[in-house]
Design a protein. Structure first.
Length: 202
């Protein structure tokens, strides 16, 4: 399990880095800390007896590298950490947990190139890893899915600010915990975030 999890993490990082190598020489490379709120819309576990368990709404902290931001089409790679515990309904047990979300996205910006304010849409693959006490007896805690986002980028002198809402779409299938084993559960996780990007190149 741990070997496959590590391979998936490497896969996610590689996805985030691959498009950036060829575009880095063209300028528009930015690095940004990201702060947001994680809001899960579905339960992670739903049992036949009606009991359920769901990640809690929590702060999301991460970092993003963007390449080609001077162009209409650019690329992002983002790693986000979410210290989100699992809350359970009556008759079930919750526990401490966290999530690591890794995504790579193509970004299409609208408006004139060089404009101070531009709306954008983004999308691409994502890797979601669940950790913590609640998941220690489960297999299937690493999932591959997709993410889509919409946001606004505003140039503020030499830096730029972004306001964004992203949605992570994937299925989770936890096994190996006896009565808490689940079938495939569709997950929709939202992250609303703000960031300030610092240019690394011309």
């Amino acid at each position: 399990m741990w070997r496959s999890r590590k391979l998936l993490l490497v896969f996610g990082v590689a996805l985030a880095a691959a498009p950036m190598t060829s575009l880095a020489a063209q300028g528009g490379v930015e690095l940004a800390p990201v702060l947001g709120v994680y809001v899960p819309l579905q339960s992670v576990i739903v049992q036949a007896d009606g009991t359920s368990a769901k990640q809690a709404t929590a702060v999301a902290i991460g970092g993003r590298i963007s390449v080609g931001t001077h162009r209409k089409v650019s690329f992002d790679g983002t790693v986000t950490y979410v210290p989100s515990d699992v809350n359970a309904s009556a008759g079930a047990s919750g526990g401490s947990s966290s999530l690591l979300l890794i995504d790579a996205r193509g970004v299409v910006s609208f408006g004139q190139v060089g404009a101070k304010t531009r709306f954008y849409l983004a999308g691409g693959p994502a890797v979601i890893v669940r950790n913590g006490e609640f998941y220690q007896d489960f297999d299937g805690t690493t999932d591959i899915g997709g993410n889509v986002a919409a946001g606004l980028r505003v140039v503020l002198g030499k830096v730029s600010g972004r306001v964004e809402v992203a949605s992570y779409l994937y299925s989770v299938n936890l096994t190996g915990a006896g009565s808490l084993s689940t079938g495939s559960e569709l997950q929709v996780d939202l992250i609303a975030s703000v960031s300030v990007a610092i240019p690394l190149g011309p």
